[in-house]
Design a protein around this ligand. Structure first.
Ligand code: PLP
Length: 355
């Protein structure tokens, strides 16, 4: 079955409905960050210069500047990977955010899919992967993965690395996991060989409410980073994005993100409890600010329409390879919103029973 790889949660967020479809934490950046961005306006007559952002990100992750490339969001990084590297046999681990595969296809590649199963909690394990795709030279995987929320163990991902293969890990949601365990750039990296064949992608979009700014970065193998840099259009990262990257790489900003991540952890537990009350017990472990739910115990097909009738927008599952219409992804929100979702699901369920 072909799926629409270009479908994203914002298209499911119908105006007027409570938005559980989009995973951005804030509707706008926090006031201190908005102030930093506004402060760049007077300098907009000049072309942007990314050096300050490169330095700040390098310092935040304890890597040399040659290992860092600021990008216009994670999305630009996917496109650079797809256009600048020349994989013979790319593999995308699904279900995951669909842009990595879309970017590879747009660049003329025909990636294979490695599908993780709900039966094993959507967990990635290196062994079945190698048996199926041992000859691949480019692997793209999300951690934690959108839409499943599963945080794969770093050692499983590390074990995929080998000469002649590039491992691309999309860590767009890693700063929403308290302490960032399992990040491949989380630990100190004593020498550059630790980055050989590795590219880790990060995004400022989700945690900082900056989808419209376009800000993200790559940390990884300096040779690969140089290849991506040579394919990047000039001035791709704007001056406001550079300022946001510098401001969010400070220890204070990292601590603020960590505090928000802790709050989301507790809200997610609350959402899980609310769902269990309507016979949707925890189906697999999510460490992300969203949950993927199989709603088939409540009713057949997609419940999106029924939930929209009750004022709630959720993200459809069927445009993720490996999932179908009974799956929906819901953003973790304040517990009051989670209770409203559970009540709406209970009501939908009652409707099916009465019919
Ligand atoms: C898992 C994941 N990675 C990357 C991105 C791209 O983020 P951006 O291009 O805004 O940095 C998204 C956006 O939805 C995402 O969900």
């Amino acid at each position: 079955m072909t799926v629409d790889l270009q479908h994203h949660g914002d298209r499911d967020a119908t105006p007027g409905l409570v938005d559980l479809a989009v995973n951005v934490r804030l509707n706008s950046p926090p006031p201190w960050l908005a102030e930093v961005i506004r402060g760049t306006v007077t300098d907009l007559g000049r072309y942007p210069e990314p050096t300050a952002a490169t330095r700040a990100i390098a310092e935040r992750h304890g890597v040399p500047v040659e290992a860092v490339l600021p990008t216009a969001g994670g999305a630009e990084a996917f496109t650079l990977v797809a256009r600048a590297l020349a994989p013979r046999a790319a593999v995308v681990v699904h279900p995951q955010f669909t842009e990595p595969e879309a970017a590879l296809r747009a660049a003329g590649h025909r990636p294979e899919r490695h599908l993780l199963s709900p039966d094993t909690g959507f967990r990635f394990e290196a062994e079945p992967f190698e048996s199926a795709h041992g000859r691949t030279d480019l692997v793209m995987v999300g951690n934690p993965t959108n839409p499943t929320g599963v945080l794969h163990p770093a050692d499983q991902l590390q074990s995929l690395r080998r000469p002649g293969r590039t491992l691309v890990v999309d860590e767009a949601f890693m700063d929403a996991v308290p302490g960032e365990p399992e990040s491949l750039i989380g630990q100190s990296l004593p020498d550059l060989s630790d980055l050989k064949g590795l590219l880790v992608l990060r995004s400022l979009t989700k945690t900082w409410g900056l989808a419209g700014l376009r800000a993200g970065y790559v940390v990884g193998d300096p040779d690969l980073v140089a290849t991506l840099r040579s394919a990047q259009p000039p001035w791709s990262v704007s001056a406001p994005a550079v300022a946001a990257m510098v401001a969010t790489a400070t220890p204070a900003a990292v601590a603020e993100a960590a505090a928000a991540a802790l709050e989301f952890d507790s809200w997610r537990s609350d959402l899980e409890r609310s769902l269990a009350e309507v016979d949707l017990p925890k189906q697999h472990a999510s460490r992300a600010p969203f949950l993927l739910i199989d709603t088939s115990p409540i009713g057949p097909g997609s419940l999106r329409g029924a939930l929209a009738d009750r004022g709630l927008a959720v993200r459809r599952g069927e445009t993720f390879p490996g999932l179908g219409p009974t799956w929906v992804r819901v953003a973790v929100r304040h517990p009051a919103v989670s209770r409203r979702l559970a009540e709406a699901l209970a009501d939908v369920k009652e409707g099916y029973r009465a019919a």
